[in-house]
Design a protein around this ligand. Structure first.
Ligand code: HMH
Length: 222
């Protein structure tokens, strides 16, 4: 019999918050095809700033893995894959921005984005344990995977020009990568102190809030 992991326990306990982040009304407008393109453009521009701040965060997780993981070869492999795909993502954003006629050079971060980026900066600090940082990383990637996979499910009316965006995070390969991150969190959790686990759970909850606020920000930009 397989023991359930800490991540599953957390997701059961915080089911409503998870649904709130992955089934936001903004995502519903993508799914039903009523999305306002001004919202989409705001999202794209703010995402570009977010992802650029996400790269040094992921690099810090990599450093923590090297120092603290009990299976660092494996973890470094998984996290590096994430780093590589972020590099690709930044190029993709530039292309996509061109396509939609958005200039990426003068974007001002909105408050929700500033808050999220500040949260990532705090997690980069040396006193933040690997378990806590990798939990945030897993949560951030998983919320996007779940959100966008849902937009591609049968019966969705996602506009053709947004399908590629949804597929970036909603594809099965990205899902497997999220699963690898989840396995790392579960493994780390087994050895973590009570205090660390508490911090990791709070970080997960904060990610879910920040994701909702990020969607609220784009939704309100109409
Ligand atoms: C706001 N959350 C946000 N942006 C992203 N690119 C991801 C999660 C996943 O990488």
């Amino acid at each position: 019999e397989k023991k359930i992991g800490m991540t599953e326990t957390w997701l059961r306990k915080h089911r409503l918050q998870f649904i709130g982040a992955t089934r936001h009304p903004m995502l519903k407008t993508i799914r039903d095809g009523t999305i306002n393109l001004a919202s989409f453009k705001t999202w794209l521009a703010q995402e570009y700033l977010f992802v650029r701040a996400f790269v040094p965060f992921v690099a810090s997780v990599l450093t923590k893995a090297r120092k603290e993981s009990d299976d660092s070869d494996h973890d470094i492999e998984v996290i590096s894959r994430g780093m590589a795909s972020l590099e690709d993502e930044i190029l993709w954003f530039k292309n996509e921005a061109d396509k939609w006629g958005i200039s990426l050079s003068n974007i001002v971060p909105q408050q929700a984005n500033t808050n999220y980026i500040g949260f990532l900066e705090n997690l980069r600090k040396e006193n933040v344990e690997y378990t806590v940082a990798i939990t945030a990383f897993w949560a951030i990637e998983t919320v996007y995977h779940e959100s966008f996979a849902h937009c591609l499910e049968e019966g969705s009316k996602t506009p053709e020009e947004l399908k590629e965006t949804c597929a970036r995070w909603g594809n099965q390969g990205f899902g497997l990568y999220c699963q690898s991150l989840q396995n790392i969190v579960n493994r780390c959790s087994q050895k973590a102190s009570h205090d660390e686990l508490k911090k990791a759970e709070l970080v997960l909850l904060r990610v879910l809030e920040l994701e909702v606020e990020f969607w609220n920000m784009t939704y309100a930009s109409v």
